[in-house]
Design a protein around this ligand. Structure first.
Ligand code: UD1
Length: 378
């Protein structure tokens, strides 16, 4: 059996690592790993391959940055050539990035079966590019591997027949469980010092203690692309949060670019309690999460990691495709959107909250094995 799996952007890498490993158990499977090249910086891509022992991609489509149409279009054109040359039995796509959508369309047009890992998540927010990617991919896929039973219900409601849906658990948690010990061993102050952004390099930063800092990531267009949203949020972080706790913000290139464009950058970097670090590697981010008093994020994956680690999490979105991680469902996350009053209220209610780890059904570290077995027996 020949399987091509496709990755493109950072959140794919921690999902593909256990899948590559699980396929190795089957000597009659030929596995080809394709990287679309959407993320290309060492810190957004290569570092994860090294840290997580992901084999080097067999093929890199080198599509790079661009508008969504450019990224999806370039990926489809390049991936069609790969499919015509390789004629695999399956194309496996993961998550909800542009590579996921582009390669599922290309596979189906080339009459190749497609399997989607992390199927059935729905935010019902069509302003989110990822929601469009999820809908298209799930509609086209022949096998849909879901992380939770809520996702099965979403697919059922859309008319997907049961025989296509396989509830296997969350593959990202396979990686978390495998890498946990390495993360625990890291020193949080060393992480902060070694990853400071260039402008802050060499500056004394406040000493960090476990449960003594707030961690943050923020990169979604809905949070960073408009001044009316970004500026009040920054006021809250700079004037309120950093007055109480140091914040460690692993800043995405998009957020950095927008802060500069809106003239907010100088003030952000001047704040001694705002520790801006470059995009972190997998283990460093896991360690940051383990020690955080509170996590503020708009990332989907971090909501899930906070849930399993028990870190109180304020999700800076109005909706989530991962409702299983919400506090009302036993998880660690509260939706706060990008309204400062809501952020403040949730911050006050959670800043002194106890950690409360929750493990949804089948988030047990064995998801990739279940997926590989289903695929090989298909
Ligand atoms: C993508 C995913 C998003 C995911 C995020 C995680 C889609 C639709 N979105 O969004 O789901 O949460 O990755 O990071 O696929 N850039 C660099 N270096 C890189 C890559 C990008 O500097 O290696 C910069 C470029 O200026 C680029 C911008 O970041 O324009 C945004 O990158 P892009 O790949 O378009 O989407 P993300 O916002 O990263």
């Amino acid at each position: 059996m020949k399987i091509i799996s496709v990755v493109g952007a950072r959140p794919n890498f921690m999902k593909v690592a256990p899948f590559c490993r699980a396929l190795k158990a089957y000597s009659d499977v030929q596995h080809i790993l394709v990287h679309t090249g959407q993320h290309y910086d060492v810190r957004m891509s290569e570092q994860f391959f090294k840290e997580l022992d992901i084999p080097n991609p067999d093929i890199n489509l080198e599509i790079g940055s661009g508008s969504h149409a450019e990224q999806v279009g370039r990926t489809m054109i390049a991936f069609e050539k790969v499919l015509r040359a390789e004629r695999p039995d399956w194309v496996v796509v993961l998550g909800d990035v542009n590579a996921t959508c582009a390669c599922s369309i290309t596979a189906k047009k080339e009459h190749v079966k497609c399997a989607h890992i992390e199927a059935g998540l729905r935010s019902r927010d069509m302003n989110m590019p990822e929601e469009i990617n999820r809908l298209v991919t799930d509609r086209l896929s022949d096998l849909l591997f879901t992380p939770d039973r809520l996702s099965n219900a979403n697919l059922n409601a859309e008319g997907v027949p049961d025989e296509k849906i396989k509830f296997v658990g969350n593959i990202m948690i396979d990686t978390l469980e495998r890498e946990r010990e390495k993360a625990v061993a890291l020193d949080i102050n060393q992480i902060a010092r070694e990853n400071l952004i260039d402008e802050l390099f060499g500056r004394d930063v406040p000493a960090l203690e476990d449960r003594g800092y707030v961690a943050m990531t923020m990169h979604r267009p809905s949070n960073v692309d408009q001044r009316e949203t970004l500026e009040p949020a920054m006021r809250f972080f700079l004037d309120e949060v950093t007055k109480e706790y140091p914040m460690v913000w692993a800043i995405h290139p998009r957020a950095q670019k927008m802060l500069k464009e809106f003239g907010l950058w100088d003030e952000v970097i001047a704040n001694p309690n705002m520790i801006l670090v470059k995009p972190l590697g997998y283990h460093a981010m896991l360690r940051l999460n383990m020690g955080a008093r509170l996590f503020m994020t708009d990332s989907g994956g971090l909501q899930e990691e906070c849930c399993v680690l028990g870190t109180p999490c304020l999700t800076m979105r109005w909706n989530t495709e991962r409702p299983i991680t919400l506090m009302e469902n036993g998880g660690a996350s509260i939706l706060v959107g990008n309204a400062v009053e809501k952020m403040r209220e949730a911050y006050r209610s959670q800043i002194n909250a106890e950690r409360h780890a929750m493990r949804p059904e089948l988030w047990d570290g064995k998801t990739a094995e279940r997926i590989a077995k289903v695929l090989v027996e298909s």
